[in-house]
Design a protein around this ligand. Structure first.
Ligand SMILES: [Fe+2]
Length: 217
């Protein structure tokens, strides 16, 4: 099924020609669908900038920042949980964007079924209430950041905002779904109308990805 790839870092070590070990670079993961596949809700032009420029730049920046530091060769998750400042910001933005691309699917949208429906109904009573609450938190996040559906350590679900590059894994919470509400996610298609972008988001939500995250550790 398309859209199920999860964030990962290329981080294995390799032996160079001279025999010394080199930490392999963090790589930009492939998009799980063609760049025009989310249109008309999210245009190919937005993907060109958002994935091809912003996401790619975070990867380039991180590789430059971690060179010759304790984080060279570390996993993204390790970097996110241990680093501060620019290294954290770029690592978390790489992870968050990969998770975001997988939270969307050209085959997504509509109402959840199966495990995703069961979990949402248990937590929010109905999909309509979940959609209202999530949309509200996404719309009211001040400035740049992310709106998440997360699973808490006790198994309960919450909708949470994080500012800038913030990622719930730093607090031991498991992301299930995210919506990027940085302006660069919607400005080309919707100018400053974030609520219109959030409405479009619901046409693309990858419920299978949410269900797979619910079931994984
Ligand atoms: Fe973004």
């Amino acid at each position: 099924m398309r859209g199920m790839r999860k964030p990962q870092a290329a981080r294995t070590e390799t032996i160079g020609m001279e025999g010394e070990k080199h930490a392999m670079a963090i790589e930009l993961p492939e998009l799980p669908y063609p760049k025009d596949a989310l249109a008309p809700h999210i245009s190919a032009e937005t993907i060109d900038f958002h994935y091809g420029a912003h996401h790619a730049t975070y990867v380039k920046n991180l590789n430059n920042l971690v060179r010759d530091t304790e984080f060279a060769g570390a996993s993204l998750e390790d970097i996110i949980c241990k680093a501060k400042g620019g290294i954290f910001n770029n690592a978390a933005q790489i992870w968050n964007h990969t998770f975001y691309w997988n939270s969307l699917s050209p085959d997504g949208g509509g109402e959840p079924t199966g495990a995703a429906k069961t979990a949402i109904d248990q937590a929010y009573g109905s999909f309509a209430k979940f959609k209202e609450d999530f949309s509200g938190k996404a719309a009211t996040l001040f400035g740049s950041g992310w709106c998440w559906l997360i699973k808490n350590p006790d198994g309960s679900l919450s909708i949470e905002q994080t500012q800038n590059a913030g990622n719930p894994i730093t607090e031991g919470k498991k992301p299930l779904l995210t919506c990027d509400v940085w302006e660069h996610a919607y400005y080309i298609d919707y100018r400053n109308a974030r609520p219109k972008y959030i409405e479009a988001f619901w046409n693309l939500v990858n419920w299978s990805f949410l269900a797979s995250n619910l079931g994984s550790k």
